[in-house]
Design a protein around this ligand. Structure first.
Ligand code: CAA
Length: 256
């Protein structure tokens, strides 16, 4: 049986590809286990600065694996505690760029929303169709989607299974940008390569600060941001960046 995910490291980018084409990349327990473990390994690996998470051109992911869950009981769902694994994605410090083409449904949409930048091909379709199978999103969809696109649009998607296309998703603020389908991966890689040359600590603290925006009241978020800003003055890259600006040359960031 083929591996549910593939991974490689190229030019400072850790690339993970969802690989269950026969079931539209349904997110089985095994896939999620391997995905989260690989993300954590990439987060630890000093050769990697940015992570790209991709599906195929045909599909990003059609959700949690329904066959894994269909006959589950409350007790078995409680015991398998599958969403605890998803919580670990939140703790990845390096930026994660989602390269989404085709369906991003249910857990697939939620997985994209766990990433930090979403590059969508013009064929991408986002939805939370769990209502059609008698449930609601369970991996953060009701919360993250509402924060991303607002209550009224989220209600229609969650309560009536409405799909939105890439252009709507861009207009609603769910995706960072839309590209022709043949570029869904190369566009994500291009952003990743550019970001990989940025000062590493600032990159990670910038991500951390933005993620706090949906958790903290404004005054606390601003205070948090200010502390991280001051903290960056302990890095060599801050000294290099500001000196290079004054000396009118390109900075060389060492990630320190
Ligand atoms: N789980 C398991 N298998 C899935 C799947 C899923 N989420 N989505 C698709 N598949 C399988 C199908 O069973 C089918 O397998 P077989 O060939 O063995 O029958 C194969 O993938 C191809 O799918 P379709 O024949 O259905 O393809 P289609 O092009 O006609 O339809 C689709 C595509 C509209 C995406 C449809 O497959 C679909 O509705 N999928 C389910 C979407 C869904 O409900 N997702 C939410 C899951 S629950 C969840 O995610 C909870 C959570 O919050 C974590």
């Amino acid at each position: 049986m083929s591996e549910p995910i593939l991974s490689e490291i190229t030019d400072g980018i850790g690339v993970i590809t969802l690989n269950r084409p026969n079931v539209l990349n349904a997110l089985s327990l095994d896939l999620m286990k391997q995905l989260v473990e690989t993300l954590e390994q990439f987060d630890e690996n000093d050769d990697i600065r940015v992570i790209v998470l991709a599906g195929s051109e045909k599909v990003w992911a059609a959700g949690a694996d329904i066959k894994d869950m269909a006959d589950a009981s409350v007790v078995s769902m409680h015991q398998r505690n599958q969403f605890a694994r998803w919580e670990r994605i939140k703790r990845i410090r390096k930026p994660i760029i989602a390269a989404v083409s085709g369906y991003a449904l249910g857990g697939g949409c939620e997985l994209a929303m766990h990433c930090d930048i979403i590059v969508a091909s013009e064929t991408a379709k986002f939805g939370q169709p769990e209502i059609n199978i008698g449930v609601i999103p369970g991996a953060g969809g009701t919360q993250r989607l509402t924060r991303a696109i607002g209550k009224y649009r989220a209600m229609e998607m969650v309560l009536n299974g409405r799909f939105i296309d890439a252009k709507e998703a861009e207009r609603f603020g769910l995706v960072s940008r839309v590209v022709p389908k043949e570029h869904y991966l190369s566009a994500a890689m291009a952003i990743a390569k550019q970001m990989a040359r940025r000062p590493t600590v600032a990159l990670q603290l910038g991500k951390e600060a933005i993620l706090k925006a949906s958790e903290l009241p404004l005054s606390e978020g601003l205070e948090y941001e200010r502390k991280l800003f001051y903290m960056l003055f302990a890095t060599e890259d801050q000294k290099e960046g500001m000196r290079a600006f004054i000396e009118k040359r390109k900075p060389v960031f060492e990630g320190k």
